[in-house]
Design a protein around this ligand. Structure first.
Ligand code: FMN
Length: 199
């Protein structure tokens, strides 16, 4: 069970730049703050990589950790066919209690203060695997910011329904984004949230 977390968080440097070694010219940028204050995780599910692009914009913009919710059983094109009443997604979305299994898990969730959770809109809702994710961890004391991509629908009740699966977390209003939105556009929204990212 490995964690799919990548990205620099600022804390994993093994550099011992204190004490002035003799690597004079090649020291790391001293302006990069030590790990402190608010720690952000961008978690997302993305069946066809649209939401993934937005998640990467947020994670890159904040130098945050990123985690992909990977289904134990990947969604095939047939599974994603919303014109088929018997496709996997149709069946799952018709059942509010469906909880598709996730491959792997996050072992250090307690370290995070802010969670961005991203997903595509399926039938006006978050995919059930996102419900699996929300029920898999204790988010109390954390701030959660939902975001989605879609073919046109807004967040609808998707975030409110996910909120019901957690307790003790502060949920901010969610945002629908376009898959084609630039990093600047996405970060305008992020920076407007009023979160203190602990510079
Ligand atoms: C099963 C299924 C149901 C969908 N339902 C909706 C919907 O209700 N409203 C909408 O605007 N888009 C809907 N879409 C389109 C996706 O929300 C959209 O393509 C999204 O950006 C895909 O994100 P992803 O590439 O990260 O998976 C649906 C797509 C699928 C596969």
């Amino acid at each position: 069970s490995e964690k799919n977390i990548s990205q620099e968080s600022g804390e994993e440097s093994t550099d011992t730049s204190e004490g002035q070694t003799n690597e004079s010219e090649n020291l790391e940028n001293p302006d990069i703050p030590e790990e402190q204050g608010t720690k952000v995780l961008v978690a997302y599910f993305s069946a066809t990589n649209t939401t993934q692009g937005i998640a990467e914009h947020i994670a890159n913009g904040l130098s945050a950790d990123i985690y992909e919710i990977v289904p134990e059983e990947p969604y095939t094109d047939a599974d994603l066919n919303y014109n088929d009443n018997n496709s996997r997604t149709t069946i799952e979305m018709n059942d509010p209690n469906a909880r598709p299994a996730i491959s792997g898990s996050i072992e250090n969730m307690e370290e995070y203060d802010v969670l961005f959770i991203g997903f595509p809109i399926w039938w006006g809702e978050a995919p059930r695997i996102v419900s699996t994710f929300m029920e898999s961890y204790d988010f109390s004391g954390k701030t959660i910011v939902p975001f989605c991509t879609s073919g046109g629908s807004g967040m609808g009740s998707s975030a409110a329904n996910l909120e019901q699966l957690t307790s003790g977390a502060q949920w901010l209003a969610g945002q629908r984004l376009n898959g084609s939105d630039s990093q600047d556009t996405v970060m305008e929204w992020v920076n407007g949230l009023g979160l203190d990212f602990g510079e």
